[in-house]
Design a protein around this ligand. Structure first.
Ligand code: GLU
Length: 522
């Protein structure tokens, strides 16, 4: 390969409008795919891989194929299929070929797009390889292979197939078959070097002596294995660019050998950097939150999550942070994907998500908040469901303070609950003692009680309380914190006076009374 990937825009145009113009010209030679296994929930890494394939396809006007690697019949479920397809669609990722809904029929001319419906393809390819002696039947028993492995371990050698069945004569094979032994199919690894120009990782060359010997492509029970099926599928579907996680780099040489043996053109490979935990370790289901659905359940919105995922291993090379999916499509270059691992930074995700929440129209935001409020009603964190109008009225003070949709409950849930527990230890400001706090709250209550419903406005409440602070020689922060905790039970809320307005006069006064009672130990 010469490093040109068959289309003009991957040369790296810095001008997004030019890139957008180029993308208007569809390029039928570019076909990319993802091939998840429906054996688990949509993983953040799969979503990132899907996104980068989608971005590349849309940027160059290529075709994006969705295929299911569903040969692990024991672990596949339709529910996982639904989770994967639904999660990708939720993120705004669409494809041109493949099943569009879980369990649904295929769209596209290269189907079927489920491996279990492609078994004839694998059988035919395995027969071709056997006929050409690029593969051979292997009769080794699990016990023999295990003994080989142990011997190699004892000799401190890396595990490899010893080649026991590599050169059996036709008679020897027939004799074993006559004994009723069922052979696996093993691919014959040629000596030499396999190399490719990875779009992300540059030139990679591997001596085939390091591949562990001839490898099984079809098990004795007839199940074809990943490195084999993926090549058969990618070739049949005329995939031009294989964009996938770096964890597959070690599979690529085996796959290239199979392409060569089958006489198919080898696609371009682009291996995306791993997604790492903040401490630099590999992101794993056990250590990290990896299911896209969990992020959705925590109130991340699609615009924020997809913007964040786009930056996991790619950047436009400018200072821009906040990019819509369309913006990223216009700017996306495979050649700008980084080599180094991409650390998952939850704080940055929350920040970006908050930026996107700020951009939502009020009605849209209220719609998206409703399930989170309902969940809080259902589990008793708040006492009642606010009306849409109540929520809309609050948006000026909450919209820019929400890192996630779910944060609404912590931020202003005290508005919709009768019982706000006030912890006297939190109520007493650092520089005050309980007696001073009681005195402060009493004076504040008197000032506030002098207002009627008409003058209960933020800019009416603030000046007299500031005057009180001045007169007594207090610090505003102390008094305001005591009022905040007394009326909300929390130390962090939207601005105090807006909060008191949202609470209303009666509830504000009642909560100040209750807080004083709590101080008195009543
Ligand atoms: N099922 C594999 C995975 O999701 C596909 C790998 C590939 O893209 O070749 O990791």
């Amino acid at each position: 390969m010469d490093g040109s990937y068959g289309h003009a825009s991957s040369a790296g145009s810095p001008d997004p409008s030019l890139a957008a113009t180029l993308s208007l010209m569809p390029d039928p030679t570019i076909r990319v795919r993802i091939a998840p296994s429906p054996t688990g929930q949509l993983h953040i890494g799969t979503a990132r891989t899907a996104l980068f394939n989608f971005l590349y396809a849309r940027h160059v006007g290529g075709t994006f194929v969705f295929r299911l690697e569903d040969t692990d019949v024991a672990r596949n479920t339709t529910a996982y299929e639904e989770d994967i397809i639904g999660g990708l669609h939720w993120l705004g990722i669409t494809w041109d070929e493949g099943p569009d809904v879980a369990g649904g029929g295929d769209i596209g001319a290269y189907g079927p797009y489920r491996q279990m419906e492609r078994l004839d393809w694998y059988r035919a390819a395995a027969e071709r390889l056997l006929a050409a002696d690029d593969a051979y039947p292997c009769f080794c028993t699990p016990e023999e292979l295990e003994a080989d492995r142990k011997a190699q371990e004892a000799a401190k050698q890396p595990p490899r197939y010893v080649g026991r069945c590599a050169n059996l004569t036709a008679d020897e094979r027939s004799a074993r078959l006559a004994e009723g032994r069922r052979p696996a199919t093993r691919f014959r690894v040629r000596p030499g070097v396999v190399g490719w120009d990875d779009v992300v990782r540059d030139r990679i060359e591997i001596d085939t002596a390091n591949l562990g010997g001839d490898f099984v492509i079809v098990r004795a029970d007839g199940t074809p294995l990943y490195n084999f099926t993926v090549v058969v599928d990618d070739a049949a579907m005329e995939i031009s660019h294989v964009i996938r996680g770096e964890d597959h780099v070690s599979n690529t040489p085996k796959q290239i050998l199979i392409y060569e043996a089958l006489g198919h053109p080898v696609p371009v490979f682009a291996h995306l950097p791993l997604i790492l935990n903040p401490d630099g370790t590999k992101m794993s289901k056990r250590k990290s939150q990896t299911a896209v659905d969990d992020y959705r359940a925590q109130g991340f919105i699609r615009e924020g999550l997809v913007n964040y995922l786009a930056y996991l291993g790619w950047s436009p090379g400018t200072e821009e942070d906040i990019l819509s999916l369309d913006d990223v499509v216009a700017r996306f270059e495979l050649t700008k994907v980084q080599k180094g691992g991409a650390r998952f930074d939850r704080e940055r995700l929350e920040w970006l998500n908050g930026q996107w929440i700020r951009k939502l129209a009020p009605d849209d935001l209220v719609d998206r908040l409703r399930p989170f409020l309902q969940a809080a009603v259902d589990d008793g964190r708040i006492g009642r469901m606010p009306t849409d109008d109540e929520v809309v009225a609050l948006l000026p003070i909450v919209q820019e303070r929400l890192p996630t949709l779910a944060a609404i409950v912590d931020l202003v849930g005290f508005l919709w609950t009768d019982d706000v527990p006030v912890d006297p230890a939190v109520l007493v400001p650092k520089r005050w003692d309980p007696a001073a706090t009681r005195e402060g709250l009493t004076a504040a209550r008197d000032v506030l009680a002098a207002h009627d419903g008409v003058t209960w406005e933020a800019d009416e409440l603030e000046p007299p309380l500031r005057a009180l602070v001045e007169e007594r020689g207090w610090k505003a922060g102390d008094l305001f914190m005591a009022i905040r905790v007394a009326t909300t039970g929390r130390t962090a809320t939207p601005p105090l006076f807006d909060t008191l307005v949202a609470l209303g006069r009666e509830r504000t006064l009642a909560r100040l009374d209750a807080a004083r009672a709590a101080l008195d130990g009543r």
